[in-house]
Design a protein around this ligand. Structure first.
Ligand code: TRP
Length: 447
């Protein structure tokens, strides 16, 4: 193998990492989780999780990735030869495959809605019609599958072109576009009549609503949204250069990602309240409630097109990152060409997403622990695997890797004066593991 690939530019590093973080998790999952779990209370717990768990665990992944310059399995092998730590890498690959299984289905839905918005098929309908159409669509089996495969194919084109020409180039174009669209929406939403009620639901924490359930869901959401706990950031940071400032990158990514989540809430809740709709709608919030909201605005086709374009862009840069975990592993470990590795992953995910898409449609009777296959994938990966991955990664860095390696990486071999080093290391070593364990114990009713 030749020289390990690198991202070409500083912008590329931020754009790809933020691109991985900002996704359906921010715009689709965050608002409905917040809506169902207490609004402002959820937001507050969420922000705390990002600060005390998110940023330190992200730094931990960066340390592992850049130091080992390898995929998520091999990275642990290089850092602790002969140990079993590389199983963390396998957990990560499992989590990424499970997430992709349903993430691509939702991405397929966004393409359907983008298509319907462009062809002006989302105007002049009642709330009941939007609901009926969404139900008919997801249960029609074939149509959602078709969109999922199209989305897979777009991923294939980007991923097979490689790190710099594919992933980095796409992010450099799409991420600025995403931020521009978001800003336009914010202005639009805040100038709607009656927006203040929605804002107060979303921004005012009602402390009595904070329960162990709310906390465990907020933690899962934070890991999911920041793309933590499964090694994607180990993989991406292996493409960072020796000059990349790791702590600064981690804080920038966390701030941008959290801003997008908050902006999505600011866009969605005022609009929902201003149209007299229910914020507790669950996963259908953006597909049923929002088209209905746009419908009541002038030039609604434009708004819905822009919104679903935003969602598609966000989804694409994230699915690419989810794929890259296993692709990098196959390239490194089995010495495969990038094309072949990409094709194999496409095939695996095509099968899995077919099953999970059908599990919402005609196979919805199949249940695992009372959940549809689709929900089970989501719950098991986001709420369980990611925090467990984050827990193991922080224990590894805090207790098993020489502290000097962490110092070297976070200070770029002492070239940077890094006043935050001790605080971040303390969080990785003590705070993150203790808090993750406590949240699990209380979320599952053990304490
Ligand atoms: N963070 C992305 C989102 O918010 C999803 C995602 C991409 C992800 N890569 C990941 C989640 C890795 C967990 C782990 O939509």
């Amino acid at each position: 193998m030749g020289e390990h690939v690198k991202f070409a530019t500083k912008l590329g590093i931020i754009a790809t990492t933020v691109g991985s973080a900002v996704g359906l998790g921010n715009i689709w999952r965050f608002p409905y989780e917040a809506g169902m779990n207490g609004g402002g209370a959820f937001l507050m717990v969420y922000i705390l999780c990002v600060l005390v768990l998110g940023i330190p665990v992200m730094c931990a992944e960066f340390i592992i990735g850049r130091h080992s310059k390898s995929d998520t399995v091999d990275a642990f092998r290089k850092l602790r030869p002969g140990s079993r730590w590389h199983y963390i890498g396998y957990i990560g690959i499992l989590a990424s495959v499970l997430i992709l299984g349903y993430y691509l289905v939702i991405s397929g839905w966004t393409l359907e809605y983008l298509f319907r918005a462009i062809t002006n098929d989302l105007t002049g309908k009642t709330a009941a019609e939007f609901r009926a159409e969404q139900n008919a669509f997801i249960q029609s089996d074939l149509r959602p599958l078709l969109w999922t495969y199209i989305f897979l194919f777009i991923n294939y084109i980007i991923l097979s072109r490689g790190v710099q020409k594919g992933i980095e180039k796409m992010s450099n174009i799409l991420m600025p576009l995403l931020f521009v669209i978001l800003l336009v929406f914010c202005v639009r939403s805040l100038t709607l009549p009656g927006s203040s009620e929605g804002l107060s639901f979303f921004l005012h924490p009602d402390f009595s609503k904070i329960t162990p359930q709310v906390i465990i869901r907020a933690m899962g959401q934070a890991f999911f949204s920041l793309s933590l706990g499964m090694g994607i950031l180990i993989t991406y940071s292996s493409y960072f250069t020796a000059k990349t400032h790791l702590i600064k990158t981690a804080t920038t990514v966390a701030i941008l990602d959290t801003s997008v989540a908050i902006l999505s809430g600011i866009i969605i809740f005022p609009a929902v309240f201003s149209c007299g709709l229910d914020p507790v709608a669950g996963p259908d919030l953006v597909f049923v409630t929002l088209p209905n909201v746009f419908n009541q605005m002038p030039v609604s086709a434009l708004w819905s097109t822009l919104f679903f374009l935003l969602l598609t862009v966000a989804a694409l840069t994230s699915t690419v990152s989810l794929f890259e975990v296993s692709i990098a592993f196959l390239i490194n470990y089995l010495n495969m060409s990038r094309k072949k590795a990409t094709r194999i992953m496409m095939l695996v995910i095509a099968v899995l997403s077919t099953v999970s898409s059908l599990s919402i449609g005609s196979w919805s009777d199949i249940r695992i622990f009372g959940k549809t296959l689709f929900d089970a994938c989501d719950y098991f990966s986001a709420i369980i695997l990611l925090p467990v991955g984050g827990l193991l990664i922080s224990i590894f860095i805090g207790w098993f890797l020489k502290k000097n390696i962490s110092r070297e990486e976070l200070t770029n071999r002492n070239k940077l004066h890094e006043p935050l080093f001790s605080a971040i290391f303390f969080c990785i070593k003590y705070i993150a593991p203790i808090i993750i364990i406590l949240i699990f114990l209380s979320g599952f009713g053990i304490i």
